[in-house]
Design a protein around this ligand. Sequence first.
Ligand code: ADP
Length: 526
Amino acid sequence: MDFRNSSILVVDDDTLIRELLSTWLKHREYGVKTAKNGQQALDLIQKHNFDLILLDIMMPDMDGFDVLKALKDMGNSTPVVVMSALTDLKSVVRCIQLGAEDFLSKPIESELLWARLNASLEKKHFRDAQQTWLEELKLLQEIDQELNTTLDREAISWLTLHWGTEKTAALASCIGAIDGNQLHVRAMQGIEAADLPTLTADKQLREVTQTLVPANGRLHPEAKYRLTLPIHRNAIIRDVAIFDLAAPVSETTMRFLKRLAIHIAIAMHNAQLYADVQAANKAKSNFVAMVSHELKNPLTSIQSYTYLLSRHGAKLPAETQANYLSIITEGATRIHNLALELDDITQIETGLFGLKIEAVSLPDVVLNVVKMFGPQIEDKHQELILDLPEALPLVQADAKRLSQILTNLISNASKYTLENGRIHVSAQLVETDAGRQLQIAVKDSGIGIQPEDQGRIFSQFFRADDEKVANVRGTGLGLNITKKLVELQGGEIGFTSEYGHGSTFFFTLPVIEQETAVTARAQPVA
Ligand code: ADP
């Protein structure tokens, strides 16, 4: 180990010994200060941090024993090597009892001096390292205690800035989430939001780094160095803390910050889990509220009309009875449909949804669905145009679920298009990242979707806050299920819409290339 630059105090009333030791030590690049008596030594010890004291025992006024006692009283643990004549064994023993670490016999032998000096400095080095490590551990324990009191990302961010600043004496600091290479700051200290420069951080950053900071990107005008602390979760860097400093920090501080980053990452991860659980809880409550709302209306009409029929049925005209019965049937159908949709959602979300993927002819499925909608479309005097190319390859799909997707999209197109409107169903082959796919589009000339609603259209229970939507029956579950069904079959769904003018919903499905399609036709899946 290299202890050059260690600072050593030589205390001796003999000028010659002081000078000799001073020359030897300086020659070996140690930092040296000298004192000619005990009092001078104590004065220097109070002003400087020495790594070692070479102390003569016999001095006038305040001798070596007094210095050792004073050091003990001050709680100063700088190692002391006492110097005495070999004949003075008793004094050496007393000094060791008073806390001296070692002794050198006078006249001083240079080889022995270096050996004792190095041994003492080495011991001090390990003691200091152990002390720093213990202090660090204690601090991390305190930090953990505070971190454990919160599950809020914002609070954790502030705590990070607080401890980081305390440890690094940062002039200004900030922390935020990283998106691309851009840092979206969540909390800052020592700088106003308005003065915040555009901050970037390398997404690949693994370790704490300390770099010079360019003048135009500083958080503080006097900052020269920047500490960048990446906070990882699941091997991905999610947050970055930045500390701008006037002077660089030591290796020890860098090591501490590295450990701090691990503790912060765990706290951030727990906060994220908590937020997820809360969101899931809220979603569940919303779900239960919506379901009970959806059940209440049809159940109320079923109850009321069965009551009326049971009390007055016989007296009521046949036409009224038929009307009541059709209301009851409609209510029961709504509940049944809701139960089917909820069943689909549960199965999809629990991963129990089974698909029977086979080679399916799209036109066959489309024609069946369209036939089913005949009466509804006629009722609204709407026009449904089918535009399917002649030779379409087979698609890889579950026929029943493909029919459900088309039913939902065509039903919506008809429901949300006024009388005399037009619905257009088409298909075309497209090249996607996943290979050749068939894209099916359902276009309507209906009410369209407001731009602010477009981001929520596939969410569970979303229904536009629009009178024209409220007038039409629906649960807000159809598109959510449709999207999942498309994705489960290896496709994608999207839409374009212009409020007041109409919407086009389109989805893709993987095609079976020609040879396969023929085989598939020849061997229908059972
Ligand atoms: P539902 O039709 O039962 O309300 P969906 O999940 O199928 O549920 O649709 C959710 C919402 O999206 C609808 O309530 C409506 O506001 C809007 N929407 C869906 N399809 C269309 C469409 N073709 N044109 C206009 N709005 C639509």
